[in-house]
Design a protein around this ligand. Structure first.
Ligand SMILES: [Zn+2]
Length: 463
């Protein structure tokens, strides 16, 4: 740990070749954990099961669920006691429906019972300590096995193979990590992780005067795909469009994760790259995952865990918005059963069969963090506003902030052509689509600050 801290401190002051060397050394170390024998086996299995029938999926999930519950009862003190108290035995939990017999596991439960959630059969040397950075400032500590890490990477790479991208493909990543120090005045504004065929750039480098050099670099290399936070890729593409630049070697596809893709980001990205962006929804607790298919809906990665929908409300369309609650099949060292990760999603109506042919459960959209919604005077909770702004190209970026009940502040980074007409338009859209009695004020800013973990929040509640 101390070594890592020291490297982080000196890294920004090292010459570029040394920074590249460190990025590659880190990449080599990570690749050994992520892409070994388990990864290859899992990826093959995942590709075989991708188009299983609904009954095959159900049988598989029941079997995996029974296996993890039996293990947790036998080896994990927290679950053993919990089930005993409720007079439950492992044979009572045989299917997704039976999960309702167990309580939901909150982040606070994990914090309070950390040591009792570790399996007594886990070998210490197999455990990797992890924590989530948590936007609210409270981090969550847990353990994961190397096998579970490889399984999770296989799930993520299965997603990529759906778009004909194979492991080892060269790619360019837009990251929140500080790989290039902000004080870098001249190119290269990127660094190399050679073992993973990856070049990286961080958000601090996405500035108007640096974009031409970055585009030149991309035009000189064959990157098969781009990946990263949609907010960073979106800013890059928006600037590329603004400057009238062109990608001569566009990627086949872009993969995003870690944040919701907003409508205007998607528009800028598609315009600049001429290709599409496919999102995957994962999180470091590694107990559930969902990834978009070519129809741009999310499919539950059923092999990795069960994602339950704990409904908040039913809508007329049959769609249901609810909390994401996950039971993981991969991590036997620190099992998470019915874990509420704090996100909310909207499920398509029952019996929705996706046109792509996959029969795994369909999630229409991931809405965001449960903490980040606006409450209208009518009591409705609104988590997404981006569709309101998708036709207003004079807004570069915006964030909805609620500081008190009854009103919102819309923080806007303007484009040159922005006028009062745009402000009026946004007011009308809010009044028409969200609430006519919600007070709206505007705040004009040069940039919208990112959260401490580098993520962009489109909706922020300070209530
Ligand atoms: Zn599909």
């Amino acid at each position: 740990m101390k070594v890592i801290q020291t490297i982080e401190k000196v890294y920004p002051h090292l010459p570029i070749f040394a920074q590249n060397w460190i990025c590659s050394a880190y990449g080599r170390k990570e690749a050994a954990v992520r892409f070994g024998r388990v990864f290859k086996e899992r990826l093959r299995q995942l590709q075989d099961s991708d188009f299983w029938s609904a009954s095959e999926i159900e049988a598989y999930q029941n079997e995996e669920l029974q296996r993890i519950v039996a293990h947790a009862y036998k080896h994990v003190p927290y679950y053993h006691d919990l089930m005993r108290q409720r007079k439950l035995s492992p044979s009572d939990i045989r299917s997704r429906e039976d999960l309702a017999k167990l309580p939901i596991l909150s982040k606070e439960d994990v914090r309070e019972n950390h040591s009792r959630l570790i399996s007594d059969s886990a070998k210490r040397r197999e455990l990797v300590a992890r924590h989530t950075s948590g936007t609210t400032g409270k981090s969550l500590h847990f353990y994961i096995t190397r096998e579970a890490i490889a399984f999770q990477w296989a799930v993520w790479w299965r997603h990529r193979t759906r778009f004909d991208i194979l492991p080892g493909a060269s790619h360019f990543t837009f990251t929140g990590k500080l790989v290039v120090p902000p004080q870098q005045k001249h190119p290269p504004f990127w660094r190399w992780n050679r073992p993973m065929s990856q070049a990286l750039i961080n958000m601090q480098q996405i500035l108007p005067d640096k974009i031409p050099a970055i585009v030149d670099f991309l035009n000189e290399h064959d990157f098969e795909f781009y990946s990263g936070y949609p907010s960073i890729i979106g800013s890059f593409c928006a600037l590329g469009n603004e400057l009238g630049l062109r990608l001569d070697r566009p990627p086949k596809v872009l993969f995003s994760g870690a944040e919701n893709i907003l409508a205007d980001q998607r528009r800028e990205i598609e315009k600049f790259t001429g290709t599409f962006i496919a999102d995957q929804y994962g999180f470091s607790e590694a107990c559930g995952n969902a990834a978009q298919c070519k129809e741009f809906v999310y499919h539950e990665d059923f092999e990795f865990g069960i994602i339950e929908n704990i409904g908040l409300r039913d809508e007329e369309s049959g769609e249901e918005t609810g909390r994401i609650v996950c039971t993981g099949f991969a991590n036997y060292a620190f099992p998470l059963i019915r874990y509420d990760n704090g996100d909310v999603a909207t499920w398509a109506g029952k019996n929705t069969n996706c046109a792509c042919g996959r029969r795994s459960r369909v999630i229409k959209q991931i809405d965001g963090r449960i903490d980040d919604y606006v409450v209208t005077p009518e009591g409705h909770r609104i988590m997404r506003f981006d569709y309101l702004f998708k036709d207003t190209s004079q807004i570069k970026e915006c964030q909805i902030v609620q500081n008190k009940l009854g009103s919102i502040v819309i923080r806007v980074v303007k484009r040159p052509g922005y006028s009062l007409k745009d402000e009026r338009f946004v007011r009308e859209m809010v009044s028409e689509w969200i609430s006519a009695s919600l007070g709206v004020s505007f705040e004009y800013v040069d940039e919208i600050e990112r959260e401490p973990n580098g993520k962009f929040k489109a909706v922020k509640s300070n209530l």
